[in-house]
Write a protein that binds this ligand. Structure first.
Ligand SMILES: CC(C)(COP(=O)(O)OP(=O)(O)OC[C@H]1O[C@@H](n2cnc3c(N)ncnc32)[C@H](O)[C@@H]1OP(=O)(O)O)[C@@H](O)C(=O)NCCC(=O)NCCS
Length: 219
């Protein structure tokens, strides 16, 4: 457990946190340009998002590192990517069809684009960061990020994420990330900012955004 500089207790999440934290994820991501693009109808979106984030939370517990606060007000799902990680594409496609039904093609497209532009350099990937919508703008998201950034700096590792709007992009810029080339989602989709927080260098700087050659992956 870590006490952050604004007295927030950060701890690893467990299966016992599933109910509240899946709700935090589904509700926090419910608004925004990516959500509007993925599922325009808010009622359908609500149903699919609870299924999608149930899967994402359990996947995070099994394969990644999931952190929350003592009050279960926020959740961060990180994946150590110390070497390129292939996805079982057939299994993922079937899972997305189960989760999203008729909306699956856009989820497939989103994950395919994110995967194609993912850097190969060893790093930790922030797949999801969400704060309970009734508790946003109180420094909780920044504190949860800072907690893992300290761990990464200790290990000499960079961090990577995709920012889904201009506003959260600002938060990441303030916390030491730089923005790389963007991803524009097809069929009138929103812009996604790829962001990299380099590993600390001996001269006090940070390693720069790695060059990424888009990979082809077919779900
Ligand atoms: C983005 C988010 C994790 C930030 O956590 P937070 O505790 O609200 O943020 P903090 O109080 O630590 O920092 C405030 C900054 O967060 C960002 N932020 C706050 N609320 C936000 C929201 N609803 N959407 C996007 N960014 C937001 C802004 O950059 C804000 O700074 P600003 O007021 O100067 O614009 C949180 O607002 C959230 O869950 N938003 C919805 C989901 C999301 O966008 N997740 C990130 C995906 S890349």
């Amino acid at each position: 457990m870590t006490i952050t500089n604004n007295d927030l207790l950060v701890r690893s999440a467990t299966e016992a946190d599933a109910g509240p934290l899946i709700a935090v994820l589904a509700e926090a991501f419910h608004e925004g340009p990516v959500a509007d693009w993925l599922i325009p109808d808010p009622i359908d979106r609500h149903t699919v998002y609870y299924r999608y984030f149930t899967d994402a939370f359990r996947h995070g517990l099994e394969h990644g590192q999931v952190y929350t606060t003592s009050g279960q007000t926020a959740v961060a799902i990180w994946y150590p990517r110390l070497e390129p990680t292939p996805t079982d594409t057939r299994e993922r496609l079937e899972a997305l069809e189960r989760i999203a039904g008729v909306h699956a093609p856009k989820f497939v497209l989103l994950e395919e684009m994110f995967d194609a532009f993912h850097p190969d350099e060893p790093h930790h990937y922030l797949a999801y960061l969400a704060v309970d919508p009734t508790r946003q703008n109180l420094g909780i998201g920044a504190a949860l990020l800072a907690d893992h950034h300290r761990r990464l700096d200790g290990l000499g590792l960079p961090a990577y994420l995709e920012a889904s709007n201009m506003r959260n992009r600002r938060l990441y810029l303030r916390l030491g990330y730089t923005a790389g080339p963007t991803i524009v989602l097809p069929t009138d989709g929103p812009v996604i900012w790829r962001m990299w927080r380099g590993a600390p260098t001996t001269t006090g700087g940070r390693t720069s955004f790695p060059r990424t050659r888009p990979r082809r992956r077919s779900l």
